[in-house]
Ligand binder design. Structure first.
Ligand SMILES: [Zn+2]
Length: 256
């Protein structure tokens, strides 16, 4: 493909499956797109990959899980091959190809969703995730590695700069699930198993995740006052990602 901007350096890499890539770092001025579209809250999860306050749900495709059986069969065959034989090498490539396919599927899926979200919205409020802490949970570690949230948030941040969308993170101790986003009632006895609940105060019936995303959005809109004390985060939202005000000198990577 055509190289945009001034090339700065090139690095050549070879994947375990034997494909060569040249990554070209270029420098160019990328004009910031004006902020436009909706303001939404975003929740990332394992059951659904992402849920927005507009009620959109993106399924978790579990690419690794789906390839697991095939991978196990290939790996078993590989382990039986004689060392440094050409059959062993062929077998090794088959295993590497499965890993590569999973990584590509995941990458492709996340590119599509992050593009959709950043081009349709001007502000996304998400919960800050303690990914490292979560990966320590042995039962969930594999699923969490498969879902690659960190990678997805990086995409949201740089695409946000290009398509005009700010990404805000809310302190993860903010009780976004327990608070009724309609009236502010805090449902203290809400358990993880409760997927839907009715607010005893205003009788609004909630899908747990959608209510949480609405709270994240409202908090970033400053419609949830800090005086609510315990129910609000200690610290205000922090925005990560590139600084919107540096107009030039951003680096873009293109692969050919
Ligand atoms: Zn309520």
């Amino acid at each position: 493909r055509e190289v945009l901007g001034t090339p700065k350096n090139v690095s050549i890499s070879k994947t375990p499956s034997g494909k060569y890539y040249a990554a070209i770092v270029t420098e160019q001025d990328i004009p910031h797109a004006p902020l436009n579209g909706d303001k939404i809250g975003l929740d990332l999860g394992l059951k659904e990959f992402a849920i927005t306050s507009k009620g959109e749900k993106f399924e978790n495709p579990r690419y690794f899980q789906k390839s697991l059986r095939r991978l196990q069969i290939r790996q078993r065959r590989l382990s039986r091959k004689q060392k440094s034989s050409s059959n062993r090498n062929k077998s090794r490539l088959r295993v590497a190809n499965i890993h590569e396919k999973v990584a590509n599927q995941r990458q492709d899926y996340q590119h599509k969703i992050s593009l959709k979200l950043t081009s349709e919205n001007q502000r996304i409020s998400a919960e800050s995730l303690n990914i490292k802490g979560m990966v320590k949970n042995r039962k969930l570690a594999k699923q969490i590695s498969d879902i690659a949230w960190g990678n997805f948030l990086t995409m949201l941040e740089y695409k946000g700069n290009i398509y005009g969308c700010e990404i805000y993170y809310v302190d993860r101790f903010f009780p976004s699930s327990k608070r009724c986003s309609n009236c502010g009632y805090i449902k203290e006895d809400l358990t993880l198993a409760t997927r839907e609940w009715e607010c005893p105060e205003c009788q609004h019936f909630w899908d747990r995740d959608i209510n949480a995303t609405l709270n994240l959005m409202l908090f970033c809109e400053s419609k949830i006052p800090l005086e609510e004390g315990k129910s609000t985060p200690d610290q205000l939202v922090v925005r990560l990602g590139m600084n919107r005000n540096t107009g030039s000198g951003q680096e873009a990577t293109s692969e050919a």
